[in-house]
Ligand binder design. Structure first.
Ligand code: AMP
Length: 223
């Protein structure tokens, strides 16, 4: 099964994809995580990606599509994949459809997460992540802090703030989301693949609740 997680920054894509990875036993692949790993390793591609990411801009389509093309050829994702943060432009979505078509596959479900903008900003500023790339547990210093300050509950590594999770960068990331990524809602609506879900404390629905709803939806559906 091929699932795409769509939504503005900090709507819970990573949290929900991580929970679905465990319950559905399908690997989560995050382009943001791939870029962060490259940046940490100091590769040329990492340096290039960082010049965009640190400004709150998208990494160019050509670069991102190539990375996903290579990832889709790896053996662990042949039975299914949860794409977290890809596609982010119509060009990427078209490329994904083509890549999958060539393999006799298709996107089965697109989860579109919505969160009020004010809450997004609060969530970005208070988001912390485990620095261990094998763990990547996500925390919120207000709503869901680690038990010991700055230390991951799961693996004991340092819990850090992402460089691009600042109030200045999120404004740019959000404007890029509305300009470049939001048109994908219509793109997938036309393909009748869209499942809309609201993640918001105002309706008491957080990532873990929405993950459960998605599992139920998948169980009932014909995928
Ligand atoms: P994320 O972890 O998904 O929030 O991604 C972090 C950053 O990586 C984004 O703000 C973009 O700069 C970059 N990025 C991640 N995925 C993509 C993509 N599909 N296309 C272009 N840039 C991306």
């Amino acid at each position: 099964m091929i699932i795409v997680m769509l939504g503005a920054p900090a709507t819970g894509k990573g949290t929900i994809a991580g929970l679905l990875e465990k319950s559905l036993n399908i690997p989560q692949v995050s382009t943001g995580d791939i870029f962060r790993k490259m940046i940490k390793e100091g590769t040329e591609l990492g340096k290039l990606a960082n010049s965009y990411i640190s400004q709150g801009n998208l990494v160019p389509d050509e670069v991102t599509i190539k990375i996903i093309e290579e990832r889709l050829n790896q053996p662990d994702v042949q039975e299914g994949i949860i794409l977290d943060g890809f596609p982010r432009t119509v060009k990427q979505a078209e490329a994904l459809d083509k890549l999958l078509q060539a393999k006799g596959k298709k996107v089965d479900l697109v989860v579109n997460l919505e969160t009020p903008e004010k809450e997004i900003i609060e969530r970005v500023v208070s988001r912390r992540v485990c620095s261990n790339p094998e763990c990547k547990t996500i925390y919120n210093v207000v709503m869901n802090p680690p038990k010991e300050d700055g230390i991951c509950d799961v693996c004991g590594s340092k819990v850090i703030q992402r460089d691009d999770d600042s109030e200045e960068t999120i404004t740019k990331r959000l404007s890029n989301y509305f300009k470049l990524t939001e048109p994908l809602v219509e793109y997938y609506e036309k393909q009748e693949k869209l499942l809309n879900a609201t993640v918001s404390k105002s309706i008491n629905k957080m990532g873990k609740d929405v993950a459960k709803d998605i599992e139920e939806y998948i169980k009932k559906g014909d995928f």
